[in-house]
Design a protein around this ligand. Structure first.
Ligand SMILES: Cc1ncc(COP(=O)(O)O)c(C=O)c1O
Length: 364
């Protein structure tokens, strides 16, 4: 099918750019002997997770148990759930999934560890765990302090858990390259303190899992890490471009939209809004706008109503007519893809494949 035959709004993925993104990072990880465990919350598509595994990933990362279930249903055999899960219902689901695939979990509290341990023991399964430490993101993770080592020691002793090492998330590196380099120095200082505390307590750390898309190609500069979990890198987005972790030419994703109104002078309305793009902001740039209009950087996607986007054309370099089609790179691709049942792989103006976003809405 030609692109012209596709209804709008539709999420497009340039297959050759996506493939190049996957190959480049897989090559980098091979070169630096890093295990690659991509975060699949970006695409939520088991077929793309399979592709990542075929290209050398050791397994995948998810944020939610529901995503893990979809990935295992789709044939993925090794999943890291990189966020703590709490509650009887979750722990039941977790141990039942652990009978079908290798599911490891990152956690940072005794409460979560005890719950998983109890359920795993009753079910007769073992759950590999990573313990998260906070190296600066201030989101989750034990503080790097002697008291935390006491918590870790108690976690390690719990039955039916296999402690494998540490997880950190440098999500605060969505900043310009100079600032990223400054943060790297701080990060390595934090890591060194943490590993010193663990060495003193004679606690090993066979796995140190880290990384994000902005830090993906700096991973070899993070001392001692041996596993990386970028997600966005498969497609990239406006935020990745804004922090210069990728160029426009590395961005595989855009949303094909149709201009539906130009009646207001200096403006155009397109048929995709917050329920198409998500309302996520341009965090890595000047904060202005909800997407990058391909071929016309002066056109500003000024605001989004639920189903429509509103372009301000004062600095646009082209004219917009009702019926024109535009392609807009979303600020945050993970949230955007999650809005769609299907996304479309394209090569030039040909639609070459489509994927069902099987884990969309799998928020439990
Ligand atoms: C724990 C964890 N690891 C890895 C990632 C992937 O980071 P990025 O979206 O920058 O690729 C995320 C993203 O939210 C995350 O939460």
């Amino acid at each position: 099918m030609k692109l012209d035959g596709l209804d709008t709004p539709s999420v497009l993925v340039e297959v050759d750019i996506m493939t190049a993104n996957l190959d480049r990072l897989a090559g980098y990880c091979r070169e630096h002997r890093l295990n690659l465990r991509p975060h699949v919350k970006t695409h939520k598509i088991p077929e793309l997770a399979q592709l990542q595994v075929r290209k050398g990933a050791v397994g995948v990362t998810v944020a939610k148990l529901g995503e893990a279930e979809v990935m295992v249903d789709g044939g993925i055999e090794d999943v890291l759930l990189a966020y703590p899960v709490y509650g009887e219902i979750k722990w039941e689901r977790l141990v039942s999934l652990a009978r079908r695939a290798r599911i490891s979990v990152a956690l940072d509290s005794l409460e979560v560890a005890q719950g998983i341990s109890r359920h795993a023991r009753e079910a007769g399964v073992r759950i590999p765990i990573l313990v998260e430490f906070d190296t600066g993101m201030r989101r989750c993770g034990l503080a790097i302090a002697r008291e935390s080592i006491g918590v870790l020691e108690r976690i390690v002793e719990l039955p039916a858990l296999d402690y494998e090492g540490l997880l950190i998330y440098p999500g605060h590196f969505l900043v310009d390259p100079e600032r990223r380099n400054q943060l790297l120095t701080l990060e390595n200082r934090q890591l060194s303190t943490l590993l010193g505390l663990l060495d003193d307590a004679r606690i090993p750390y066979p796995v140190i899992s880290a990384s994000s898309t902005p830090t993906a190609y700096m991973s070899h500069q993070f001392d001692n890490i041996n596993e990386v979990r970028p997600g966005t890198y498969i497609f990239n987005d406006r935020n990745t471009i804004g922090c210069q972790a990728a160029g426009l030419e590395d961005c595989a994703v855009s949303v094909l939209s149709t201009v539906v109104s130009t009646s207001v002078p200096g403006k155009a309305a397109i048929d995709g809004g917050s329920k198409t793009f998500s309302s996520d902001k341009f965090l890595s740039g000047d904060g202005v706008g909800f997407g990058h209009v391909m071929g016309d950087p002066g056109a500003v996607v000024e605001y989004l109503s639920e189903e429509h986007g509103h372009l301000v054309l004062a600095n646009a370099i082209r004219r917009y007519r009702v019926g024109d089609r535009v392609r807009v790179i979303p600020n945050h691709v993970c949230a955007c893809v999650n809005m769609h049942n299907r996304i479309y792989g394209i090569r030039d103006d040909e639609v070459v494949t489509e994927w069902r976003v099987s884990a969309r809405g799998a928020v439990q």
